[in-house]
Design a protein around this ligand. Structure first.
Ligand code: MV4
Length: 447
C-alpha cells in the first residue's frame, strides 16, 4: 500500500481524499495556490506545498510544479480528484515516468476516451449501444448532408475533441447544415486545436443516466448502478439521484452489463463512469466515458456503502475489487450548493462567508471545504458544498433534502439553496418525469 499520497486538487474533493487516506493510515500532501493558503485541505493534510499563484494554469494545472512537490515530499502516488489534471494524458504519463502512481486512467485510456469519435467506435466494437450516425469523422460537408438525409433530421454534429456540450450544433434541416458545420468546425478548431467532427441522430428530450464502474488490475470490472443527472443547466449538473426514477431493474441490468463490456474493452482499472442518453422509448446509448472520480460519486457511496476513493486507492495499489454488481436498496440525492445567484442567471457570487451553519441529522451528509470567515476566491469553480441525503424512498429523500436545505445558514454570499428548495417543492420534479431540458422552462424569478 502507498505510504504517502499527494492530492493534486483543492476544495471539497481534496478534503474528501484526505479523509479516506487518514482512515487508511496513508500520509497526505496537500498542494495549494497562494489564493488557497487558508483552505482546509492545507490544514487537514500532513504536509502542504505551495505550488504557485492563484491562476489555475500556474498552480493546479502546472505539471512541473506538482511533480516537484511530489518529488520534494517523496509521495509515492498522486490523486488528481476531478477537473484540473484528472483527465490529462500527459500528466498521467509523466507521473508513471517519475515512478509516481497516478490514481486514475493510463495516458492511453485518457487519449482514447478523450477523442469522442474513437471512444464511440471502441464502445460500438465492444457491443455497447451507440447513437446512429457517422462511422468516425466526417470527411466533408457533402458526406454529412448525405448521411443526415439517410438517417433523418434532426441531427447533431459534435467535435471529436469536445465533450460536456462544447463544440456541438443541432441541425433541424438541410438548409441549416452548412452554417452549423462551419460554426462547429470553427469553434472546435479554436477551442481544442482539433476541428474533427462526427454526426449523430439528435435524440430529443433525453435523460442523462450514467453507470459507475470499478475495475481492477486482474481484469475484473463491476458496476455500482446508475446516477440520474438530468437536472442540469447549461451542461452544469445541479442535482443527481440514484436510483433513477425511470430505470427498471431490467434496464439497470442491461445498462450495467453494457458499461462493464465497455470498460472491460479498454482494460479499465479504477473508478470510471459511462454516460448514457436514455430516449423516451427507454432505449439507451453510449455518450461519453469519464476516466475520473466524479463530483456526484457520494450518492453511489450512500446507497452501496462503498468508499469509492478507498476503492480507487486499493485498486491502484494492486488489490482486487470485491466484484459485486450492486442492486439498490436505498435512495440518495445530491444538491450542489454553488456560490451563485440563481435569480440572476446563476451569476458567480464569490466573497467572504460571514455566518455559516450546516444541516445535520439522520441521512444527511455534507461534503464541503468552507467555514465561517472563509473567503471564496474568484479564481476557481463556484461549488462550495454538496448536500447528500439518503433514505428509504425517493419521497422521503426529497422531504429530508428540503428539511436539510432549510437548516443551512450561509451569510455574506448568494447561493443556489433557494433554487434547490423550490425544486424539492416542484410537482414536475417530484413526479420523476423530466428530461435534460427541464430547467430551460423552470421559473427562477424571485429566488
Ligand atoms: C446528444 C444529445 C442529443 N442527441 N447527442 C450534451 C453533452 C455531451 N455529452 C453530449 N450532449 C448531448 N448529446 C445526441 N445524439 C443531447 C445532448 C445534450 C445533453 C445531454 C445530457 C445532458 C444534458 C444535455 C443538454 C443538452 C444536450
Amino acid at each position: 500500500m502507498f505510504k504517502k499520497i499527494l492530492i493534486a486538487n483543492r476544495g471539497e474533493i481534496a478534503l474528501r481524499v484526505i479523509r479516506t487516506c487518514r482512515e487508511m493510515g496513508i500520509n497526505t500532501v496537500a498542494v495549494y495556490s497562494t489564493a488557497d493558503r487558508d483552505s482546509l485541505h492545507v490544514r487537514f493534510a500532513d504536509e502542504a506545498v505551495c505550488i504557485g499563484p492563484p491562476t489555475s494554469r500556474q498552480s493546479y494545472l502546472s505539471i512541473p510544479n506538482i511533480i516537484s512537490a511530489a518529488e520534494i515530499t517523496n509521495a509515492d502516488a498522486i490523486h488528481p480528484g476531478y477537473g484540473f489534471l484528472s483527465e490529462n494524458a500527459e500528466f498521467s504519463r509523466i507521473c508513471s515516468e517519475y515512478g509516481i502512481k497516478f490514481i486514475g486512467a493510463t495516458a492511453e485510456q485518457i487519449n482514447y476516451m478523450g477523442d469522442k469519435a474513437t471512444a464511440k467506435a471502441t464502445m460500438k466494437a465492444a457491443g455497447v449501444p451507440v447513437i446512429p450516425g457517422s462511422e468516425g469523422l466526417l470527411e466533408s460537408v457533402e458526406e454529412g448532408k448525405a448521411l443526415a438525409k439517410e438517417i433523418g433530421y434532426p441531427v447533431i454534429v459534435k467535435a471529436t475533441a469536445g465533450g460536456g456540450g462544447r463544440g456541438m450544433r443541432i441541425i433541424k434541416n438541410e438548409s441549416e447544415f452548412q452554417k452549423a458545420w462551419d460554426d462547429a468546425k470553427m469553434e472546435s478548431g479554436a477551442a481544442f486545436g482539433n476541428d474533427g467532427l462526427y454526426l449523430e441522430k439528435f435524440v430529443e428530450e433525453p435523460r442523462h443516466i450514467e453507470i459507475q464502474v470499478v475495475g481492477d488490475q486482474f481484469g475484473r470490472v463491476c458496476h455500482l448502478s446508475e446516477r440520474d443527472c438530468s437536472i442540469q443547466r447549461r451542461h452544469q449538473k445541479l442535482v443527481e439521484e440514484t436510483p433513477s426514477p425511470i430505470v427498471s431493474p431490467e434496464l439497470r441490468e442491461r445498462m450495467g452489463q453494457a458499461a462493464i463490456k465497455g470498460a472491460s474493452a479498454i482494460g479499465y482499472e479504477g473508478a470510471g463512469t459511462i454516460e448514457f442518453l436514455v430516449d423516451k422509448y427507454g432505449e439507451f446509448y453510449f455518450m461519453e466515458m469519464n476516466t475520473r472520480i466524479q463530483v456526484e460519486h457520494p450518492i453511489t457511496e450512500e446507497v452501496t456503502n462503498f468508499d469509492l476513493i478507498k476503492e480507487q486507492i486499493k485498486v491502484a495499489a494492486g488489490q482486487p475489487i470485491s466484484g459485486q454488481n450492486y442492486t439498490p436498496q436505498l435512495y440518495a440525492m445530491e444538491c450542489r450548493i454553488n456560490a451563485e445567484d440563481p435569480a440572476n442567471g446563476f451569476r458567480p457570487s464569490p466573497g467572504k462567508i460571514t455566518q455559516l451553519h450546516f444541516p445535520g441529522g439522520h441521512g444527511v451528509r455534507i461534503d464541503s471545504h468552507v467555514y465561517a470567515g472563509y473567503t471564496i476566491p474568484p479564481n476557481y469553480d463556484s461549488m462550495i458544498a454538496k448536500v447528500i441525503v439518503s433514505g428509504q424512498s425517493r419521497a422521503e429523500v426529497m422531504t429530508r433534502m428540503k428539511r436539510a436545505l432549510q437548516e443551512f445558514v450561509i451569510e455574506g454570499i448568494k447561493t443556489t439553496i433557494p433554487f434547490h428548495i423550490r425544486l424539492m417543492d416542484d410537482p414536475g420534479f417530484q413526479s420523476g418525469n423530466f428530461t435534460t431540458k427541464y430547467l430551460e422552462t423552470f421559473d427562477f424569478s424571485g429566488l
